[in-house]
Design a protein. Sequence first.
Length: 906
Amino acid sequence: MSTDASLYRVVPQVVVSPRDAEEVAATLAAARETGTPLTMRGAGTSIAGNAMGPGIVLDTRSHLTQVLELDPEAGHARVQPGLVHADLQRAAGPHGWRFGPDPSTHTRCTIGGMIGNNACGSRALGYGRTSDNIVSARLLLADGTVVDTSRDLASQGAQAEALAERLGAFVGDRLGEIRPRFGQFGRQVSGYALEQLLPENGRRLDRFIAGSEGTLAVVLDATMSLVREPVARAVAVLGYADMADAADAVPALLQHDLVACEGLGQGIVDVVRSRPGASVPELPPGGGWLIAEVVGDSREAAHAAAQAVAATAGVPHRVVSDVAEQAALWRIREDGAGLAARSLDRPCHAGWEDAAVPPARLGTYLREFDTLLDAHGLGGVPYGHFGEGCVHVRIDFPLAEDGGRGDYRRFVEEAADLVASHGGSLSGEHGDGRARSELLPRMYDETAMAMFRGVKHLMDPDALLNPGVLVDPDPLDAAIRVGGHRAALPRTRLRLVEDGGSIDRAAHRCTGVGKCVAVTQGTGVMCPSYDATRNERDSTRGRARVLQEMLDGRLVDGGWDSPEVHEALDLCLSCKGCASDCPTGVDMAAYKAEALHQRFKGRRRPRSHYVLGRLPLWARLTAPVAPLANASLKVPALARAARTVAGVDQRRSLPRFATWTLRRMAPRLPTDARPDVWVWADSFTDHFSPDGGVAAVRLLESVGLTVGVIPERACCGLTWISTGQLDAAARIVGDAVATLHPYVASGVPVLGLEPSCLATLRTEAEQLVDDPRVAEVAAGVKTLAELLADVPAWTPPDLTGTTVVVQPHCHHHSVLGWKADEALLRSTGAEVVRVGGCCGLAGNFGVEEGHYEVSVAVAEQQLLPAVRQAPPGAVVLADGFSCRTQLDDLADVRALHLAELLAAAR
């Protein structure tokens, strides 16, 4: 709660999570009595430092999350401030309605937060700002008065009547000053929206509060207007030489009835394309693009409208009517903030994030802005809501370097002057917060600033509500959390290649955009523990914040031994979902492995580390007596004892050892033979699930290939990695690379069967071993789907009429990418139901003591419901041994490996 998605860090005295409006009022009363500041907070996705404060932080997202009323006739919804935008859409959708404004953070941002910032989003061109969609609100004033803007204030008691009189007099005396200064263009969000109090605008107190960032009143609930969900959408993707040229084209396109007109740059697209499994739809030639969205009463009408937009543009273009392809385009745009943060060689920050100028000035502004960046030796990738002149950009401010904060101040001061020279707004939707409030005098004259001070004093005379923001602001370079004080820590064992070997840079990949705390489910994985517990500490963002505090060394001052670090990391499943699903590429699985390594280096470890963390070793030693071991574990007393010794939860079944191994049973090839495919028998396939390996051999032989099983043992070391035994893991994975390299170097494809083992070769191996052979092995070992795609003789079996419920292994999704598998399965004609999320077992995690409940809760998010809802005769597919084990344990279902499914169908 001391940070949001901005540069800033302010530690509160206390966090309050009220359960109803009465508790909100009681909290404010306590703040008033003690003189303690109070700051409202929703999802903590604010980018300007709006949602943090030094006194009480009032958390609305934990409990104040209800749709109180929904009127499907009027198209209105009365909601609590902590309701997540996506949950409002979910409630309104069945009635044919939606909430119009949709910020890129719509899966986690709250309606209260949107009101506080006057958020807009991509479709504000069609649906307006949040303020334009407020019907009424119940407001709690600083003095404890509750007013309902749906009724005349004069009828709501003496205090409400007095407020109405004071506001009326304040505005009435300043009509000539307000009219020429405020409401000059749609994205003038900076400062207070005094134009909303003008008589010609209905003296709308509720809309005036929008954008005030919780500095004037507390929203108890609000009635929002909804819009009809369009029948069809289409987008025209228009290609230009660069972003400035794209901006120049915007005014001509606005003659069309556009719902959105977004700018997208080459840098962001390149970051997406570099991600494993990422998908970027085909774009027309260019270095900058506009995505212009239109709607229609039919797919044909929407397509025709988009064609008309493209004709006006007269540039290379694509018109996209396919819903899935449109969604892929919007995903890039939604992840823009995180993607832009990783688009340059240095970390990029949200220090100058959402300035807006009238659209006719946008192209010129962008060129001058680029000149300003160059003058300061900075880089940034602009994108944003070009149809309304709002530009987002993440800039590589050198905040961690000596003098970096001074450089930051000088740049933003000049940038503010540039925006003002174009008649623009310092903020176009994110609010001023700590980042821009100090700069307001560069945009507004003293008359306007005096009005801001006057209305603040009128409504919050004791300055209790969100101090340091808008009026009497804190310095913009105070409380910056990036750079500055750092604790001394030992060198990491992981090489952290993409972060220059710096755990500080790695942990600070997290900028707080909060995709890991989304409330919507999809085919992604991040973040399974948060999905199960709904505790911020159990999210990727929460864990990253704890690591950042450890690196700072003040709140968390015990380094790697800090209990706060290990409490936060305990429920991390090491799924690596964040490595692909987080826009900034946070890899919490790697950081957890490093934390465990540092914590237990040279010390006694938990029992599970010695048993589960070294499971391939014990499996190999047990192999000669596997039948006896299996029989022994059927004896209840022995099984209980084994679980106790291993640190396994007593509710878990114990895996059965294979009574034969793939390497032992595979036919031996002549020593000089060169097969068409080598099969790598990883530890899990070899000792626990060789059936998948046999099926793979049969399948490949059925298409005329000669198949050999690599006879040497080659373990990837995953279990050692996940338990933080990194020195041993480095030796083991180094040996595996040395073993596999000659086979890869021979030019013969090598098939990997266990996704987690293959993923280890493609990611952790280079983090542990500095050996050029690692990259060759990582590229040379293929998944079954990847391998079959390159086999000319392969033809998919006909599975028409078969439903295949698929649980991609988390590491398959996050590291390997599942596109090849999906294409293969769909080519069979099967009905493919892809399950998102994690199975919940996650190797050793789900069987360890203390993790059972969370493991089951994770499985209940998507996997188990999907299996229960599958039609009779459906096939459940899971390539991961962990996933198959979890399904067997919790659903009594034998899931198949892809090789088994395909081999049985031929």
